[in-house]
Design a protein around this ligand. Structure first.
Ligand code: F42
Length: 148
């Protein structure tokens, strides 16, 4: 599997614990956002500056084998740090339940972004609220299979 290196767990305890449970259970536990029942994926990436391995849970927004990564950070006014990581190092590993796949992230704009935004809000309606509270344009990446 690509993306070898030292893993730095998130400084945020609940993020760190969700990643740990998701991975330790082989993608059978810790797979939803709190008690919403809505599914989550784990995205493994390389840090833009440190070069170390980072992992974040994100909402599962899937369409025909591709996924969106929506950089809301809970409606926070600044982009999540992982936004810069994916921009610099687009090669990621996405874990969706038990399945792990190497994927490449690409930020989308225009009509393509509008289509994915619609899918994202359908999967997780709170994204629409976050767009208002964040007061910024929320970036969206599409994660596509490959390179194999
Ligand atoms: N966040 C979203 O943005 N979208 C979602 O759909 C989403 C869903 C979700 C579901 C479940 C859950 O538990 C969390 C969820 N989150 C979602 C939160 C998400 O997982 C992230 O934790 C959150 O967005 C915050 O990410 P962050 O990348 O801003 O993390 C900070 C707190 C962090 O970890 N900082 C590290 C640190 O040590 O301070 C730095 C990590 C890092 O990547 N550093 C880079 C490096 O090179 O190593 C430097 C990057 C640079 O150039 O600045």
């Amino acid at each position: 599997m690509a993306l070898e290196g030292e893993y730095d767990p998130s400084p945020m305890q609940w993020i760190r614990e969700q990643v740990e449970l998701y991975e330790r259970s082989g993608g059978t536990e810790g797979t939803t956002l709190w008690d919403t029942g809505l599914p989550v994926v784990i995205v493994t990436m390389r840090g833009a500056r440190s070069g170390r391995i980072r992992k974040v849970p994100l909402m599962r927004v899937e369409h025909e084998g591709r996924y969106a990564a929506v950089a809301t950070k809970g409606g926070f006014p600044r982009h999540p740090v992982w936004y810069h990581n994916l921009s610099a190092n687009p090669l990621v590993v996405l874990q969706d339940g038990p399945e792990r796949r190497t994927m490449t992230a690409r930020e989308v704009t225009g009509e393509e972004k509008a289509e994915w935004w619609e899918r994202a809000v359908a999967a997780y309606p709170t994204y629409a609220e976050y767009e208002k509270t964040a007061g910024r344009v929320i970036p969206v990446f599409v994660l596509e299979p490959g390179p194999v």
